[in-house]
Design a binder for this molecule. Structure first.
Ligand code: SF4
Length: 268
C-alpha cells in the first residue's frame, strides 16, 4: 500500500454507514475522491494492526516497515469511528467466511456496471495471508472483464503465488517502505517509492503517478509518489525517500541485533 489522501464521499458518510449491515453493503466503493475522479473502484481493509469489536487482534500489513510511521490511513478521516468500523467490517467478512466473501465479490463484479472498469485492491491494508491473496487471484480469474491493480509490500507472497502464473487482468507494483524491500530489484520489478516532493521524483529520473494513480501500473516501471503534506509526517520523513529510510532502518535494527548481550551479573 502507499499514499493516497482519502476524501470522504457520501457512501462513507456516517448516515450511509450506520444504515447498512456489513453483509448488505456493497463491497466496492468510490470513497476515495482522487480514485473516483478517474473512475476507479476500491476495496479497503483497516490499515496495519488493531482489535476488532469482538476482541480479535489483526495485522493487515505484516510486511509494513517505516511506512507505518507515516501511514496516511492511520491519520485523519480514516480514524473516524464510522470509517474505521466500515473497514473493520470488511476485514470481518474476509476473516469469518473467505469463500463467502469471495463469491459475494465475484457476484458484485459480474454486474454490468463493472464491465471494463478498474478496481484498486486496497486503499489501505495489504494481502495479509496466502489464502486471502489466493482468494483475490480467484476473483480476478472469475471476472476477466474487470481490470485490477494494487500496491503491495507482500513481495515474497507475490513471488510465490502470483508471479509464476498471474491473472491477465491483475496489475501490481511493489512499494518501498516495507521489511522485504531488500528483495526488490528496480532493474526488473515494477516499484513505487515515496519521495519528499515532485521535484525529488524528477531529479531521481522516476515517473510521477500524480496525474493518475493508474500510472503506477500502466506508466513507466519506476513509479514516484510525493509524500502526503501532513506536517508531522514530513518531519518524520526528513527529506528521505521511503527506500533509503527503510534501508537505514533495516541496517540499524541489524546492527542492534549484532551487539552481543551484556553478560548478566551473577549474585555473589
Ligand atoms: S502498508 Fe500501507 S496501509 Fe499498511 S501501514 Fe504501510 S502505508 Fe499503511
Amino acid at each position: 500500500m502507499t499514499s493516497d489522501q482519502l476524501a470522504l464521499w457520501p457512501s462513507d458518510s456516517p448516515a450511509a454507514s450506520n444504515a447498512r449491515s456489513p453483509r448488505a453493503a456493497r463491497l466496492l466503493t468510490q470513497s476515495n475522491r482522487r480514485l473516483k475522479d478517474i473512475g476507479v473502484w476500491t476495496w479497503t481493509l483497516p490499515a496495519w494492526s488493531g482489535r476488532l469489536p469482538d476482541g480479535r487482534t489483526y495485522n493487515t500489513c505484516p510486511s509494513a516497515g517505516i511506512c507505518r510511521q507515516v501511514c496516511y490511513a492511520l491519520h485523519g478521516a480514516y480514524l473516524w469511528p464510522v470509517v474505521r468500523s466500515r473497514h473493520q467490517a470488511n476485514l470481518r467478512l474476509v476473516l469469518d467466511d473467505l469463500p463467502g466473501w469471495q463469491q459475494a465479490m465475484i457476484n458484485e463484479l459480474q454486474t454490468p456496471r463493472f464491465a471494463g472498469r478498474w478496481v484498486r485492491i486496497h486503499d489501505s491494508g495489504d494481502f495479509f495471508s496466502d489464502d486471502y491473496l489466493r482468494a483475490w487471484t480467484g476473483v480476478c480469474r472469475a471476472c476477466p472483464g474487470v481490470n485490477f491493480y494494487c500496491y503491495t509490500k507482500e513481495i515474497d507472497r507475490f513471488r510465490r503465488l502470483v508471479e509464476p502464473d498471474p491473472p491477465d487482468n491483475l496489475h501490481w507494483v511493489y512499494s518501498y517502505g516495507g521489511v522485504q524491500d531488500h528483495s526488490l530489484n528496480p532493474g526488473v520489478d515494477r516499484v513505487a517509492d515515496v519521495f519528499p516532493d515532485e521535484d525529488a521524483i524528477d531529479r531521481a529520473g522516476w515517473s510521477s503517478q500524480r496525474a493518475s494513480d493508474l500510472l503506477a501500473v500502466l506508466g513507466p516501471p519506476l513509479v514516484g509518489m510525493s509524500a502526503n503534506r501532513i506536517p508531522a509526517f514530513l518531519k518524520r520523513i526528513a527529506g528521505r525517500r521511503f527506500s533509503t529510510w527503510q534501508a537505514a532502518d533495516t541496517a540499524a535494527r541489524a546492527a542492534q541485533r549484532a551487539v552481543p548481550a551484556r553478560p548478566r551479573r551473577t549474585p555473589s
